[in-house]
Design a protein around this ligand. Structure first.
Ligand SMILES: Nc1ncnc2c1ncn2[C@@H]1O[C@H](COP(=O)(O)OP(=O)(O)O)[C@@H](O)[C@H]1O
Ligand SMILES: [Mg+2]
Length: 505
């Protein structure tokens, strides 16, 4: 084999660039278009196209082209066996045509009419194993016959690359379609009794919660919502109110952690003019404001001990007394409380009154963390993508590989963290959400690595090997090159590329 048979530097960069694009995780469409752009930028291919057969049909269609007009692309339909493209597809062999006036060249796209005369047409199969998937075709000027021979080889290799990639995408698409169907089935199987507007989920856990909410909403029972932060307690509290006969009246939320202890009592119970310094007017408290409606005491576990007996009294008597007031006022309120704390434990520690606990724990509803109901994640993705695409006027899509990572992540901040993450991803993304838009803590090291880091890894080990070889040979480059199976120039190129310091002795 003569030295000329080796691939030259220009072509090496071409293959290298193609490799990078193929592993970027773009959509098929974008991958193919980037691919053809590289042929142009790195190899001066001014006209090229990729024709594929969809699901082993006998017709090929141009799915991506470079340098062709829209109409030329539209005309790019080829039957198997028909013309050059059809033959390359049918027999899985490459065809080179230096004379486009040849009768076999059918000029279906009509591109020929505006091409220079001395251009060569090469069409190679896109295949994987014995399966022919399509055709990659280029029009390029070659300086010598030799260049042409090499070009053909490169192109055949690229055709095989494309075959692998196309097959991968097809498999992914099939999986996605299956998944979509499953999701549709799951969602449509959700009967009316399991549905609450704005509460998304298909898991048994969510169904159970929904069922309980529908049962308890029409009653006046006190509800205690428990679960980690971000699991939807506030959402469910509101849902209960709006499914109750009190829905036309106020829904008042008070968060025990959001208000300083000294003000909390006045906020809850209201006060009369002159009740304390600064009380220039009388003011209604939250209980009174909620009259006829629902009061939601969020973070009840953080209610100061000093206020707990007072709340207990309201729950028992349904009466309140404003601060500085003399008579008590009847209030008709429905109580919903929520906490992410373990109240039983707090009772044991003397931080929460047991009698109050029994008063609020009439109808408990537990919201499980998101990591325990991962089957909700795909429908939550749809839900939030819809919301944020509308909000930001985008049409961002998500790929399977990202869904997979979102499914595996434990979501310590539950749906709130999930919602915020999707919003961020939609804002960052143009057309599709990419793995590398996720914060790095999303994927642990052994799982999916983005292609960029994969490349870095390969280069790192390559660098390590070179350093090792240099050390072993006492930094003698020719010896190290021999050890590594590189030419001296190749080693030099890599030493520069990796910025390896050559120690002098
Ligand atoms: N099942 C769900 N479907 C849709 N959105 C949800 C769901 N659960 C929670 N969310 C959303 O997640 C965020 C956090 O929920 P929230 O009710 O505030 O949690 P918590 O009160 O338990 O901390 C809110 O924006 C809420 O609308
Ligand atoms: Mg909340």
């Amino acid at each position: 084999m003569s030295f000329r048979n080796f691939i030259n530097f220009e072509e090496l960069s071409l293959v290298n660039e193609v490799g990078k694009v193929l592993t970027k995780g773009y959509s098929l469409e974008k991958t193919l278009s980037e691919f053809l752009k590289i042929l142009y930028s790195f190899w001066e291919v001014e006209y090229s196209f990729i024709a594929l057969s969809y699901r082993s049909s006998q017709t090929l269609r141009i799915v991506k082209a470079f340098g062709l007009t829209e109409n030329e692309v539209k005309r790019g339909l080829f039957e198997s066996g028909e013309g050059i493209v059809g033959k390359v597809f049918k027999y899985g062999i490459p065809i080179v045509l230096s004379d486009l006036d040849e009768k076999n060249y059918l000029n279906k796209t009509k591109l020929k009419d505006r091409l220079p005369r001395e251009i060569t047409f090469i069409a190679v199969p896109i295949k994987i194993g014995g399966e022919f998937l399509g055709v990659l075709a280029i029009f390029k000027k070659f300086k010598t016959q030799e260049n042409l021979g090499q070009g053909l080889k490169i192109l055949q290799t690229l055709g095989t690359f494309l075959g692998i990639v196309y097959k991968l995408y097809q498999n992914m698409e099939e999986q996605e379609a299956l998944w979509e169907e499953e999701k549709r089935e799951l969602t449509s199987a959700l009967e009316e009794k399991y549905k609450i507007e704005g509460v998304i989920g298909v898991s048994e856990a969510i169904k159970r919660v929904t069922l309980l909410v529908k049962k308890v909403a029409p009653t006046d029972l006190t509800v205690l919502l428990t679960g980690e932060s971000g699991t939807g307690k506030s959402l469910i509290a509101k849902a209960i109110h709006f499914l109750s006969p009190r829905k036309e009246k106020n829904f008042i939320t008070i968060n025990a952690t959001a208000i300083p202890e000294t003000l909390l009592e006045a906020e809850l119970f209201g006060y009369e003019k002159g009740a304390f310094t600064g009380a220039y007017n009388s003011k209604k408290g939250k209980f009174e404001l909620a009259n006829g409606g629902t009061i939601f005491l969020d973070e009840i576990g953080d209610l100061p001990l000093s206020l707990q007996p007072k709340l207990l009294k309201v729950l028992q008597d349904k009466e309140i007394e404003r601060l500085g007031g003399e008579e008590s006022v009847k209030v008709d309120v429905r109580f919903i409380t929520a906490t992410n704390k373990n109240l039983k434990e707090m009772i044991a520690q003397g931080k929460f009154r047991e009698d109050l606990y029994y008063r609020i724990n009439v109808f408990p509803i537990y919201l499980p963390p998101l990591r325990e109901r991962k089957e909700d994640i795909p429908v939550l993705i749809d839900h939030f993508l819809n919301i944020f695409n509308r909000r930001y006027n985008k049409r961002v899509k998500i790929t399977n590989s990202v869904v997979k990572i979102l499914m595996e992540y434990p979501w310590p901040g539950n749906v709130r963290e999930f919602e915020n993450t999707l919003e961020r991803l939609v804002i960052l993304s143009e057309d599709e959400i990419r793995v590398d838009y996720l914060p790095s803590y999303f994927y642990s090291k052994k799982e999916e690595i983005s292609s960029d880091t994969l490349f870095e890894k390969i280069e790192l080990t390559e660098k390590e090997e070179i350093v090792k070889a240099l050390e072993r040979t006492g930094y003698n480059k020719s010896k190290a090159a021999k050890l590594l199976g590189y030419s001296l120039r190749q080693l030099d190129y890599r030493i520069k590329k990796f910025n390896i310091q050559i120690k002098k002795f």
